[in-house]
Ligand binder design. Sequence first.
Ligand SMILES: *[C@@H]1O[C@H](CO)[C@@H](O)[C@H](O)[C@H]1NC(C)=O
Ligand SMILES: *[C@@H]1O[C@H](CO)[C@@H](O)[C@H](O)[C@H]1NC(C)=O
Ligand SMILES: *[C@@H]1O[C@H](CO)[C@@H](O)[C@H](O)[C@H]1NC(C)=O
Ligand SMILES: *[C@@H]1O[C@H](CO)[C@@H](O)[C@H](O)[C@H]1NC(C)=O
Ligand SMILES: *[C@@H]1O[C@H](CO)[C@@H](O)[C@H](O)[C@H]1NC(C)=O
Ligand SMILES: *[C@@H]1O[C@H](CO)[C@@H](O)[C@H](O)[C@H]1NC(C)=O
Length: 328
Amino acid sequence: MAWRPLLLLPWLVAAVSGNTAPVFNMTLVEVPEDLPQGAVAFVLTAYDADGDPLQFGLEGADAFYFSVNSNTGSVTLVASLDRETKPRLSLNVLVSDGKNQMVTKRLTVIVEDRNDNRPLFQNEPYTANIPENTPNGTTIISVLAEDKDSGPASRVSYQIVEVTPNDAKNHDLFRVLGNGTILLNGLLNYIQQSTYYLIRINATDGGGQLYGNLVYQTTSTSVSVNVLDQPDLDPQFLNEPYVGSVPENCPLGTSVLTVSAMDRDTGVNDVILYSLTNTSLPFAINDTTGTITVTGALDRESLPSDEWLLEVLVSRGSPWQPPPGSRP
Ligand SMILES: *[C@@H]1O[C@H](CO)[C@@H](O)[C@H](O)[C@H]1NC(C)=O
Ligand SMILES: *[C@@H]1O[C@H](CO)[C@@H](O)[C@H](O)[C@H]1NC(C)=O
Ligand SMILES: *[C@@H]1O[C@H](CO)[C@@H](O)[C@H](O)[C@H]1NC(C)=O
Ligand SMILES: *[C@@H]1O[C@H](CO)[C@@H](O)[C@H](O)[C@H]1NC(C)=O
Ligand SMILES: *[C@@H]1O[C@H](CO)[C@@H](O)[C@H](O)[C@H]1NC(C)=O
Ligand SMILES: *[C@@H]1O[C@H](CO)[C@@H](O)[C@H](O)[C@H]1NC(C)=O
């Protein structure tokens, strides 16, 4: 009875090798993030040595993005992709020939970047307070826009598109560097020019594909520039010339006249002090009121003239000390 195993063996081998399981060797597919829902994302392809009709399926946490045609393996997108929130998806692919055990393989979906993000300005609003005597070329403020796309589509450049008040001179009053740093490109003047500027700045990315077109994305912001007054103008006397007269025998302390000067700068700079340049004369001036009084005997006979010329000095009492202006 030794022939029986010999008969049985070929049959067993035939049963095992007669039909082979399908081979599925895809490991990675790329899908653009701007693929519309309902479009075919990719096609699952498996190989079956026996030419059996194959059935496809998808599983896994990210399978909800797709719907698969079980007969053709065609995979359709059913939920929107966004590379910036989910750059890769993980799927389990199931392939069956209906005869052998189901084949299960892992498939990674790389979500390709498209230029779907605009640059976004950070830390808005932008306000700069700059003294009117700021030197040309000084940094005023830095703006920063970030673009979440990758490659050139993430590279941001800046452009000053408008300066208000909008005139030819102001358009070049500021300059923006490649990194968003804004420099003064001229000189300010609180009195003769504007005390306030609004700089409109566009941030534009380096461009990239979106829905089949080369697209550049732009965002606009504005920078408020307040020009701060500095005590750079000399005070000016009002109602010049001043003439006063007193009787020669008047009591000490008699008021002769009051001079008055005004600071042409605004606000906190208005601290004005009066003084007489020649302190050896018989007069004094109240440093805050400007009232000139008699402090010595005005003996006409002993004096060279019956006219006195008093020189009053007016200066700013603010901490910033310019060369004081003096007027007779
Ligand atoms: C997958 O398998 C098929 C059939 O064996 C072969 O032609 C193809 O080159 C394979 N692809 C890869 C990426 O290995
Ligand atoms: C921008 O560039 C300028 C010149 O290269 C540099 O001096 C400045 O520090 C930069 N600013 C920032 C915020 O990176
Ligand atoms: C300010 O500096 C820029 C660049 O150096 C120069 O082109 C411009 O003429 C200067 N403006 C003034 C008013 O000095
Ligand atoms: C600046 O950006 C705004 C808003 O994105 C846009 O409407 C305008 O055309 C841009 N200006 C320039 C000169 O690019
Ligand atoms: C101050 O006045 C006196 C008297 O007129 C004169 O002699 C003297 O030169 C004056 N001094 C100054 C600094 O002007
Ligand atoms: C100046 O005048 C004010 C107001 O009359 C007075 O209060 C002050 O004491 C005077 N200053 C001097 C130094 O006399």
